[in-house]
Each structure stands twice: as C-alpha cells, then as structure tokens.
Design a binder for this molecule. Structure first.
Ligand code: ATP
Ligand code: MG
Length: 189
C-alpha cells in the first residue's frame, strides 16, 4: 500500500518519518520516500516564486520519478511518501498532519530560513484547511491527525494505526476528516 503523509510545513511529517526509519520493527515494514528531497535535489520544478520563497514543482516529472523510487522499495513493504506535495501523487490513502495555527507559528518561527511572511502564510493555510481540502478532493481515503500538544511517539502510533487499520479493511473512525476546526478554536480564545 502507498500512503501519502502530507500537511502544512511544520506539522511534523519529517520528524515522524525519522522515528519510523530508526524504529527496529517499523523500518522493516515501511519504506519512506522523501518527496521534497527528490524535487529539490533533482530540480524537478518549473520555477521559483521569489516573493513567496517557494518552488513550483513539475508534477508530471515528479510522478515519473516517484514511480522509479517506488520500484526500489522491497516487495512486501508499505510505502510512505512524505512531503506537502505527496497527496497530489497517486496513492491509496492520505494522512494529513494538522497543528493549531498558533503552535505552527511557534514551530516555523524557529526556522532561520523562514521569513515572518512565510510563517504567516503557512499558519493561514493551516487555519483554512488548505491541504485537507485538496486531499479530500483527490482521494476517498483521507485521515487527519491533530499533532498539537501530542508527543511525537503518540503521533507515530496514530500514523501506524491508521495504516494497519486500512490494511485490515477497517475505517479508522477516530481520524476521519472534519473533527478538527481551527477557526472555531481561534474564535473561542
Ligand atoms: N508533535 C509535535 N509536537 C511539537 N513539535 C513538533 C511535533 N512534531 C514535530 N515538531 C517540531 O516541529 C518542527 C517541524 O517539524 P518537521 O520538520 O518534521 O515538519 P515537516 O512537516 O516535515 O515540515 P516541511 O513540510 O517544511 O518539511 C520541528 O522543529 C519539530 O521538532
Ligand atoms: Mg519535512
């Protein structure tokens, strides 16, 4: 099975995959593909939006390149494609990591290469569920995990339980989209 692990920058995709890659059991079960790394190292973009400091990925080239990468993963392993573009690739299911926009601002504010404007833009995209909405439009199997105030290992466990649940033909009800609403929370503050 191929799973996209997506979410606004800073929601913790790479951190979760680092744990999986180092775990004695998980590393044998799941092959991780770092989508951003491939886009950047192989220059699979059509241009750069200088004002927003973002690259415009060449999705056609990326899809071709990812096919090759998938073939390298040993048979029997599930594949987790990690990155904020992964939900746009052909996958069996999408897991969207979420973080409260205020928490996200804190996480992204620590990145030296992120301008104030870039932090704000990403926090707003998270507040408006941009990646979740894109995912739901593209795939029937979409699940979301709220990482706010969750420790890393509990997020990893949720990712694994969603994947294993789907494989057993179950619907991981707890993680169905629609339960997270940042706008409501912001207004209650
Ligand atoms: N569950 C969590 N709680 C608090 N902080 C977290 C959590 N998960 C990750 N972080 C922190 O948030 C920051 C961003 O994490 P990470 O780089 O994994 O995000 P990402 O989703 O891969 O972002 P990008 O799309 O830009 O690659 C890191 O400093 C990480 O330590
Ligand atoms: Mg990352």
């Amino acid at each position: 099975m191929i799973i996209a692990l997506t979410g606004t920058p800073g929601t913790g995709k790479t951190t979760v995959c680092e744990v999986i890659k180092e775990h004695s059991q998980y590393k044998k079960q799941y092959g991780i593909i770092d989508v951003n790394k491939i886009v950047l190292s192989e220059k699979l973009y059509t241009g750069k939006d200088e004002a927003r400091d973002t690259y415009e990925a060449d999705m056609d080239k990326l899809k071709e390149r990812i096919e090759l990468e998938i073939r390298k993963v040993p048979h029997g392993m599930d594949i987790i494609m990690e990155g904020h573009l992964s939900h746009m690739l052909p996958v069996d299911a999408i897991i969207v990591l979420r973080a409260h926009p205020v928490a996200l601002r804190k996480r992204l504010g620590k990145r030296k290469n992120y301008s104030f404007e870039k932090v704000r833009e990403n926090a707003n995209a998270e507040a408006l569920d941009v990646i979740l909405v894109e995912s739901v439009e593209l795939n029937k199997n979409v699940f979301e995990i709220n990482t706010t105030d969750k420790n890393l290992f509990s997020v990893v466990k949720s990712v694994i339980s969603i994947i294993e649940g789907i494989k057993q033909g179950k619907v991981p009800e707890e993680f169905l989209p629609g339960k997270i609403n940042w706008i409501e929370m912001v207004e209650m503050d």
